[in-house]
Design a protein around this ligand. Structure first.
Ligand code: ADP
Ligand code: MG
Length: 322
């Protein structure tokens, strides 16, 4: 079992940021309204995710760490219809198989369970106390699979990937407060008050967020809200253009270009804006013909949605005489 978990882990858990992603997605699935992520040494030493979600019942703690095939998903299209992010049922088993993991969880805010695993093995289980919710502490990842360490890049790169994941999950969930602390320093801290602009402030900082313009452009099928920087506040690559579709961060080449197109000739050569575009549409019109774990998503009517985005930006800029 441990070996098969480690093989599965190779696919799901490539680096510290994958641990962060899986744990935070579980917190979101558990209906948490506050998620605190505390990281040491870019996650290589430890990653702790603390949430106020519904918790795991004492009897289910071990079960949660067994690979289970929950067939919540049967094809790619379902991905945008399912209510939860987890669907493979192997993340916790995979993480436990390549780390030292401690879980502290309570479903009622009275009794809690603390369990320790090391490389898939339960080494300790005791009763404890804590408020409703779950804390997962993952230490020494890849301690027993040193070969995987060669895929880990510099600590700087790994930390950037963690920040990236948290940024994306936070943008998709303005109703949840996310806080990311790396070695005592706050890197992300969103309000959780369901306001996208304030969420952006928690990610890119208040100065950038408060100088962004907003547009809204909807037609019967698509509801689009966007925040975008002034033409003089730009970055050297497209990675500051974020697309959120029905609460999920996606990548889409054509829509990213539509953001740039909205600026016309107002951007300097090789400069790209900071933008967050939030798209709500009928999930059945989302055409996923890619692997479910990939973020690149195709949409029927991409051209039309792109026009709504670029027109929205163009109009708003001309209102400002920019
Ligand atoms: P999946 O999310 O695909 O079901 P995971 O291995 O990620 O599989 O999690 C296994 C199970 O453990 C989840 O289905 C959930 O029931 C439980 N679980 C994990 N993390 C949490 C959490 N933070 N709060 C409540 N339940 C959790
Ligand atoms: Mg999961």
């Amino acid at each position: 079992v441990e070996l098969s978990n480690q093989i599965a882990a190779g696919e799901v858990i490539e680096r510290p940021a994958s641990v962060v992603k899986e744990l935070v997605e579980n917190s979101i699935d558990a209906k948490a309204t506050q998620v605190l992520i505390t990281v040491q040494q870019s996650g290589m030493k430890s990653i702790e995710v603390n949430d106020n979600g519904k918790g795991i019942a004492a009897d289910d703690v071990e079960v949660a760490f067994l690979p289970h095939t929950t067939s919540k998903i049967s094809n790619g299209r379902d991905l945008f219809n399912v209510k939860t992010l987890g669907f493979r049922g192997e993340a916790l088993a995979s993480i436990a198989s390549i780390s030292k993991l401690t879980v502290l969880t309570s479903t009622d805010g009275k009794s809690a369970v603390k369990a320790k695993f090391s490389g898939s093995e339960l080494v300790k289980k005791e009763t404890f106390a804590r408020s409703i919710g779950t804390t997962m502490l993952v230490e020494d990842i890849f301690f027993n699979t040193p070969a995987r360490l060669k895929y880990v890049k510099s600590l700087h790169t790994e930390l950037n990937r963690i920040v990236d994941i948290v940024d994306r999950l936070a943008m998709g969930h303005p109703e949840i407060s996310f806080r990311l602390i790396h070695e005592g320093k706050d890197l992300v801290w969103t309000s959780g008050n369901n306001n996208l602009q304030q969420t952006i402030a928690g990610i890119y900082g208040r100065t950038i967020a408060s100088h962004m313009f907003q547009f809204q452009n909807s037609d019967p099928d698509y509801e689009i809200q966007g925040f975008f920087s002034k033409p003089d506040t730009t970055r050297s690559n497209r990675s500051y253009i974020s697309l959120i579709l029905n609460g999920r961060y996606i990548k889409n080449f054509q829509l990213t270009n539509a953001v740039v197109r909205g600026y016309g000739s107002k951007l300097m050569v090789a400069r790209y804006p900071i933008a967050v575009i939030d798209i709500k549409m009928d999930p059945s019109l989302v055409d996923i013909n890619v692997h479910p774990t990939k973020q690149e998503v195709r949409l029927s009517n991409e051209g039309h949605i792109g026009d709504l985005i670029s027109d929205g930006i163009k109009k708003r800029l001309s209102q400002q005489n920019l």
